[in-house]
Design a protein around this ligand. Structure first.
Ligand code: HPA
Ligand code: ZN
Length: 342
């Protein structure tokens, strides 16, 4: 039986939002094989064990190569629905009440899958997650930064007829050599459509990329941003502006951004007053969902309930949900926090 640990129990069960999770990165090997079978696709791995054995990443690119290859099994609306629902089942178990989910249209449209197929499938899964668990889910379209801005504009043209169903825009894929500045005009257009924008920056890339995301793309959150800790002036600015960072601890360790969890800069960011949130990034590939990230972080840093309260509260405040929803969730969080034994 698990030892009695009220702080960890609170951290795991309290209401929270997940703001950095790529739906394609929640594709577990079992589902990948099931979808390959359903779609009559020959998968280049003998079984789920052989696929899991390939999850041995040296950096972001080595992960992305496998991640894009596995996404090939996603073909139909039903596939995207099943993927979304499987994630929401796990999210519910980790206390998540709201999630803003990244997806990569270019990964699918380049294979001849219509944007509408992807969108309809993800929405069907989200609707079922809302009905069954009360989790609200919003969708954020991410542009692949290793492709051109022109390709991004072509994708945006496919998205625009469905803009009412899209909550925001983001930027992901290979960071090094693809600075935010490359997408300044595209992101101006996204903002002109009335949508908030976010960007991966400072995961593998330098602090300069975080400045560009803030000043050129005018992001509402920085995804990862952990390399901000190398630049004291940037840390100060992030804290002063209360700019949320969506930090993904297990991802950072699996992709060798930090050698081990104990060396993660999370404590430094929190101590500097940066608005940190915890997230799972690509849970099927990086050793777990949000709850697994919480367990791993707590094993390394042994934080108190106040710190976990603050992280959960940050996640709710940093979401793009309505003020009414946020205050309802925060009231529930407060009520649960009041019950933690001191
Ligand atoms: N970084 C960049 N691109 C990604 C990631 C990530 O962590 N996960 C999925 N696409
Ligand atoms: Zn990510």
């Amino acid at each position: 039986m698990a030892a009695n640990n009220p702080v960890l129990d609170f951290a795991l069960s309290c209401p929270k939002a997940e703001l950095h999770m790529h739906i394609e990165g929640s594709l577990e090997p079992e589902l990948a094989f099931a979808l390959a079978r359903r779609n009559g696709i020959a998968f280049p791995y003998a079984d789920t064990e052989a696929l899991r054995a390939a999850y041995n990443f040296g950096d972001l690119q080595s992960f992305l190569d496998l991640y894009y290859a596995c996404a090939d099994v996603l073909r139909t609306e039903a596939d995207f629905r099943d993927l979304m629902l499987a994630y929401l089942v796990r999210a519910h178990a980790d206390g998540i009440v709201h999630t803003e989910i990244f997806f990569d249209p270019q990964t699918h449209t380049a294979r001849g899958i219509a944007f509408e197929t992807v969108l309809n499938g993800l929405e069907a899964g989200a609707a079922e997650g809302l009905a069954r668990f009360g989790i609200s889910s919003e969708l954020i379209v991410c542009f692949l930064r290793h492709l051109s801005e022109e390709d991004g504009f072509a994708t945006l043209a496919q998205v625009e007829p469905f803009i009412d169903r899209i909550h925001g825009f983001g930027l992901d894929s290979s960071e090094q050599g693809h600075p935010p500045a490359k997408f300044e005009r595209l992101f101006a257009r996204c903002r002109a459509l009335g949508r908030p924008v976010v960007a991966h920056a400072g995961e593998e890339g330098p602090p300069a990329y975080i400045y560009e995301a803030l000043d050129l793309l005018k992001v509402s959150r920085i995804d990862h941003g952990v390399r901000a800790s190398e630049d004291p002036a940037l840390m100060q600015r992030l804290a002063q502006e209360q700019m949320p960072l969506t930090v993904c601890p297990l991802s950072n360790v699996r992709l060798c951004v930090f050698e081990q969890m104990e060396l993660h800069t999370l404590p430094k960011l929190i101590e500097a007053g940066v608005k940190v949130t915890l997230n799972s990034d690509d849970p099927a590939y990086f050793g777990g969902y949000l709850g697994d990230n919480i367990r791993a972080v707590q094993a390394a840093f042994n934080w108190d309930a106040q710190t976990w309260y603050k992280l959960a509260r940050n996640s709710l405040e940093a979401s793009f949900a309505s003020a009414a929803k946020k205050s309802d969730w925060i009231a529930r969080l407060d009520a649960q926090f009041a019950l933690v034994p001191v």
